[in-house]
Design a protein around this ligand. Structure first.
Ligand SMILES: *Cc1c(COP(=O)(O)O)cnc(C)c1O
Length: 328
């Protein structure tokens, strides 16, 4: 897939490795588990949002923006990666972050928030009931009036342009699988705002056809499938590709989300512990812990043979460990 007509800034260390998880595979008794290390994209402690930011900040720079705004939860990984990328590019960064009713010192000050400050971002803190999007619009208006050139990024960087990062990731997975002679039954990934899954689905439609299994970290299956379908459709439109029958290619499991966003679950704790103790692999409590719980459940389901393979995309988020130490 030729993405070269879109302005792009290299931010992520690519391609990310695909590693096997032999001790955990043996512990579970098969299928073969593999992990794609999108937590190791580098800049600002890495994560999946850097792939999206390559295209989003490419556009921002092409438009002559001087200030980048985005929205998220207080412990947003996306906001932290945006702040790091802006530091690297010499752009001002303003983050509109909404806190939840969670009120530990760690949540309010450590983890991603600590890093946002370190990267020099300006934080606008919203209360749980306030709208992030309208706050971002209002702030962008103020900046424009002051003669600045703001560029706004939607939550999670999820939109057709941002999702191209995961169209590229799909092609990367297919190339690595061919090179290393691997065949995956499905690719398992955390899904939140839906752009990562939507981009992968769009990318697989273009370059390979592996099934993608999204694991919801909040919300229910129907909501999250609708989000991912919408994100995939927007991405394919940008690529001038047909978007037929997308809903048959979007699967989300919602059994691992628990009571809501960033709310801990027992299966998340087990997933964090198994990944750490058998493989030295660090997951986070909000996204990858829940998603890997889904991956472990698939591995235990009996649906796959011992010689079949599953690929888990580690989307990052590890600074979140320090924002929610009591969840672990
Ligand atoms: C944002 C994020 C996701 C989800 O990606 P979406 O594109 O918002 O669905 C998954 N894992 C981590 C660690 C994230 O920060």
């Amino acid at each position: 897939m030729d993405l070269s007509r879109f302005p792009r800034i290299a931010l992520a260390r690519l391609p990310t490795a695909i590693e096997s998880l032999p001790r955990l595979t043996a512990h579970l008794g098969g299928p073969l588990l593999y992990v794609k290390r999108d937590d190791c994209t580098g800049l600002g402690m890495g994560g999946n949002k850097l792939r999206k930011l390559e295209f989003l900040l490419g556009e921002a720079q092409a438009l002559g923006a001087d200030t980048v705004l985005t929205v998220g939860a207080l412990q947003s990984n996306h906001a932290r990666q945006t702040a790091a990328a802006c530091a690297r590019l010499g752009l001002d960064c303003e983050l509109i972050l909404r806190r939840s009713s969670h009120a530990t010192d760690a949540y309010l000050e450590s983890g991603n928030v600590l890093l946002d400050r370190l990267f020099g971002a300006r934080i606008h803190l919203l209360e749980p009931h306030q709208s992030r999007e309208s706050a971002m619009e209002a702030r962008a208006g103020e900046l424009r009036e002051a003669g600045r050139r703001p560029y706004c990024i939607p939550v999670g960087g999820s939109c057709g342009l941002g999702n191209l990062g995961y169209v590229g990731c799909a092609a990367e997975i297919m190339a690595q699988a061919a090179q290393e002679n691997l065949e995956f039954e499905t690719v398992v990934v955390a899904t939140g705002s839906g752009g990562t899954q939507g981009g992968l689905v769009a990318g697989m439609q273009v370059s390979g056809g592996l099934a993608i299994t999204g694991i919801a970290v909040e919300g229910d299956r129907r909501e999250q499938e609708a989000l991912a379908v919408r994100q995939a459709a927007e991405t394919l439109r940008l690529l001038s590709r047909g978007e037929d029958d997308l809903s048959s290619q979007v699967t989300v499991l919602d059994d691992f989300a628990g009571p809501g966003y960033a709310r801990p679950t027992q299966s998340m704790r087990e997933a964090l512990s198994l990944a750490a103790r058998f493989e030295g692999l660090v997951l986070d409590p909000v996204y990858t812990g829940k998603a890997f719980a889904g991956c472990i459940a698939l591995a235990r389901s009996g649906r796959y043979g011992k010689d079949q393979s599953l690929l888990f995309v580690h989307t990052g988020g590890t600074p979140g460990l320090f924002g929610y130490p009591e969840s672990i």
